[in-house]
Design a protein around this ligand. Structure first.
Ligand code: ATP
Length: 588
């Protein structure tokens, strides 16, 4: 298949923001793609080579890509850099340079999807000293035969700058229409995607065998399941409005969520965003086997840092010391943990997703043995508000963030945020209630003590429908000198010459970043704003929503991707529920 078909589709998609048109472009492409290579097309469209959890990174530095472009076109590096600075987008700069070259070259070989994919795969597999030269060679051979449009998207993919402008669920819509004739089968595709987190695999199955292939899609070890998420509630009473009868209250620990996949001696740990994090926890790999009575399992747990002398839970930040590339053994020693299991998704060839919470808990208690390292999450069956309040008090005194309230007859709803699971945190009772996880998109230079560092950050939520980052506040409080230094370092890698087109804000930051780093913020209130763009026009025409008195809590959410940040809909729900509290108060 010609790569130009994929490149053209990406080009058309850049020209529109309308969801229906975006979907239609994908449908048109899928219809002419053979089932043999559809998985490759699905990955390439997302700028990837394999599903995220396999950790295959193309990762070519811009400098190498510029040298490769220079090699294949004969245009000097300085001239390419100049063009890049002028247009602010490496993909476009590559297209412009290739455009000049096309006018002087006659013979060209068509490049195929297979060739692009295989070359990129080779690049991703290169390691070691000579790898930079080899990468350059492979890239320049591709660019040599690429048209300007093809080159534009190859450049974007290799430098990890390709943005499709649609969420994964739109790709599922398009697959459903292309291969089953309508969107009606979309729930089947969604189910398949939620249990394997692999769009390429779902695409291949539906392209080969239609909707019937999806019915048999099963959970399997080493394909992470998209996690079930919880809705927020502010009180035991509100929880009872959502779950009427008896329910399970579990401790809500403040650590890192992990999905543990184990088959005999092989163990892989996936984070909340399904990244492979096994390397950070060699102690789990070493010790867990003897605590689990099954050959093959998928379990979910919260990993928490503890004080080994007192057994006390330590805050989330302590755990983040484990996130390092080198000297892991020392980190294991300095930052001990416990693994607190709360769910089971698969045991010895059987999926547990469709059985009730109550049954899953029973299975969990049967297969996990408690010891000083491995725990089963404390749980109590509760009926009344008083029982919830008592257990909450208990949880908080033991160092938890609050409680998770779970419906007893609910299945595990992979990938869903629904009221079968509710989260009740201590802070929910005051001011705004919950914290928000926001994406750092820009910064303002500091003055006084903060000269030479950033004085404030511009933060955005994530709009999943439009794949955009509307800003919601500028935050300048809650930072320590240490955290300011840390931000300066982390963010220096993410600086962009121009604002990412997906960022919407009425503020002009001094520096713009690639939307990647997620931090936690609390605030006193959500108000209407003419400057910030979250929920623009949704509550009042011409206004968005903004946080009042935002404050950084000290938590950088390393385990969250920008797409996992607080969504626009969540901000609207928080705004509406805050209005309800004000109205309720007025009635008294
Ligand atoms: P979310 O995961 O809901 O998007 P989040 O990552 O910001 O949001 P919270 O809002 O604090 O986290 O609540 C959900 C998280 O709580 C889970 O993802 C998990 O990491 C953690 N957690 C702690 N204890 C439990 C428990 N008993 N059951 C389920 N999750 C728990």
């Amino acid at each position: 298949m010609k790569f130009s078909l994929v490149a053209d589709t990406l080009g058309y998609m850049e020209g529109t923001t309308k969801r229906l048109e975006l979907t239609q472009h994908l449908v048109d492409l899928f219809k002419i793609t053979s089932s043999e290579i559809i998985s490759k097309v699905a990955y390439l469209l997302q700028g990837k080579l394999r599903p995220e959890h396999e950790g295959v990174e193309i990762g070519v530095a811009e400098k190498i890509a510029i040298r490769a472009l220079s090699k294949s076109t004969g245009v000097p590096v300085l001239k390419i850099e100049h063009e890049y600075k002028k247009v602010g987008d490496f993909g476009q700069a590559t297209a412009n340079i290739l455009e000049q070259k096309t006018q002087t070259t006659f013979l060209k070989e068509d490049i195929t999807v297979e060739r692009v994919y295989d070359t990129l795969f080779k690049i991703a597999s290169l390691k070691g000293n000579r790898s930079q030269d080899m990468k350059m060679k492979y890239i320049s051979s591709l660019l040599n035969d690429a048209s300007p449009t093809e080159g534009r998207f190859i450049a974007k993919i290799i430098t990890a700058n390709l943005r499709l402008g649609v969420a994964d669920y739109t790709i599922l819509d398009a697959l459903s229409i292309a291969f089953t004739g309508s969107k009606e089968n979309r729930p089947l595709l969604e189910h398949a995607y939620n249990v394997c987190s692999d769009l390429g695999r779902v695409a291949e199955a539906v392209a080969k065998n239609g909707a019937s292939a999806l019915k048999s899609f099963q959970v399997s070890v080493f394909s992470p399941v998209r996690p079930m998420l919880a809705e927020r509630v502010k009180s035991a009473q509100e929880a009872h409005e959502k779950i009427e009868t008896e329910f399970a209250a579990e401790y809500k620990l403040d650590g890192e969520r992990v999905q543990l996949h184990m088959q005999k001696d092989k163990i892989i740990l996936y984070s909340r965003s399904l990244e492979n994090i096994t390397n950070y926890y060699p102690d789990i790999v070493e010790k867990i086997g003897k605590s689990i009575k099954a050959n093959e399992v998928i379990l979910e747990a919260e990993i928490v840092a503890i004080n080994e002398d007192t057994g006390e839970f330590l805050p989330f930040q302590e755990l983040m010391h484990r996130r390092r590339k080198y000297n892991i053994a020392k980190a294991v020693q300095d930052y001990p943990i416990t693994v607190n299991f709360f769910d089971v998704l698969f045991v010895d060839s059987k999926s547990c997703l469709d059985i009730s919470y109550k049954e899953r808990r029973h299975v969990l208690e049967n297969i996990v043995n408690d010891d000083s390292f491995v725990k089963i999450m404390p749980m109590m069956l509760v009926k009344t508000d008083d029982e919830v309040e008592d257990f909450l008090e208990n949880a908080i005194n033991s160092g938890c963030e609050g409680l998770m309230l779970k419906q007893l007859d609910s299945p595990y709803r992979a990938g869903a945020r629904a009221s079968n699971w509710l989260k009740l945190k201590r802070e929910y009772r005051n001011e705004l209630g919950d914290s928000l996880d926001l994406v750092v998109v820009g910064a303002f230079y500091g003055r006084g003590r903060r000269t030479g560092r950033y004085g404030a950050l511009l933060l955005s939520t994530y709009d999943e429908e439009a794949d955009r980052y509307p800003s919601v506040c500028k935050v300048g409080t809650g930072f320590t000198d240490e955290s300011l230094d840390q931000f300066y370092q982390i963010l220096s890698d993410k600086i962009r010459i121009k604002k990412d087109p997906r960022i919407d804000s009425g503020l002009e930051a001094d520096v713009w970043f690639e939307p990647e780093v997620v931090i936690e913020v609390v605030a006193s209130e959500i108000t209407l704003s003419p400057i910030h763009k979250v929920a623009l026009d949704k509550i009042r025409k011409g206004s968005g929503l903004a946080l009042r008195f935002p404050k950084f809590t000290g938590k950088i959410r390393f385990e969250k991707t920008p797409e996992n940040a607080t969504s626009v809909n969540e901000v609207i729900t928080m705004y509406n529920s805050q209005k309800k509290v004000v109205q309720d108060e007025k009635q008294f």
